[in-house]
Design a protein around this ligand. Structure first.
Ligand code: HEC
Ligand code: HEC
Length: 160
């Protein structure tokens, strides 16, 4: 790859990461919108409270509109809580251009940027099946500061 395109690639990767986790960083600094605690409470019961910037509005709306049939689980909430979390997600959904397209099944882990970042050269194929990982959606298995919105390359260790 000519140097200029490597630089472009790096710049866009940095921009991508910065925009994807912007929501999470804003929260950890304490300047979050009022309904964040509900999101943490309700949407981190079974997995990480995924950073809202990692999916487009359309995906979050579909997810919040079908919580009783949520990837094989029942994640339903009362109407008021559902409405509040949906509104918060709408405000903080991803706007970066690579996030603008809804991925298959509204899965972050099926997004083009995710598949690119976690391609076999970066994550050995067998790593996904390790008991310590279990699923690509188990971000925290490798990104040890995922719960705080930390996804930088310095904060990654793939478990054995
Ligand atoms: C009762 C457990 C449970 C609760 C509560 C729950 N989820 Fe999930 N969620 C799941 C399961 C199970 C999956 C599938 C995980 C997998 O494929 O490994 C999932 C997957 C997801 C995914 C797709 C992850 C991927 O593969 O990219 C998103 C996004 C998501 N949940 C958002 C939410 C939101 C938003 C809430 C709160 C309103 C929520 N979840 C609450 C169980 C739950
Ligand atoms: C099996 C381990 C593993 C799991 C699980 C995993 N990742 Fe990663 N992730 C990596 C590795 C390794 C990289 C570094 C790729 C590279 O060096 O470019 C990475 C890179 C990233 C990046 C880009 C970071 C940067 O600075 O370029 C983001 C964002 C990211 N992952 C988000 C997620 C999210 C969100 C989840 C869960 C939905 C997840 N990852 C699950 C291993 C994992």
């Amino acid at each position: 790859m000519p140097r200029i395109s490597i630089l472009k690639h790096l710049a866009s990767a940095v921009a991508l990461c910065a925009s994807l986790v912007a929501g999470a960083h804003a929260e950890s600094k304490g300047n979050s919108v009022p309904h964040l605690s509900k999101y943490q409470q309700e949407c981190a019961a079974c997995h990480l409270a995924f950073p809202p910037g990692m999916l487009p509005v359309a995906s979050w709306q579909r997810i919040m509109g079908s919580l009783s049939q949520h990837y094989g689980a029942d994640a339903s909430l009362n109407d008021a809580t559902t409405r509040d979390i949906a509104a918060w997600l709408k405000t903080h959904a991803g706007t970066y251009k690579r996030v603008s397209e809804a991925p298959p099944q509204d899965r972050i882990t099926q997004s083009a940027w995710f598949l690119q970042k976690h391609r076999p050269g970066e994550v050995p194929a067998d790593a996904w099946k390790r008991a310590t990982v279990g699923s690509p959606a188990n971000c925290g298995a490798c990104h040890r500061n995922a719960a705080q919105g930390g996804f930088s390359e310095r904060e990654i260790s793939i478990p054995k």
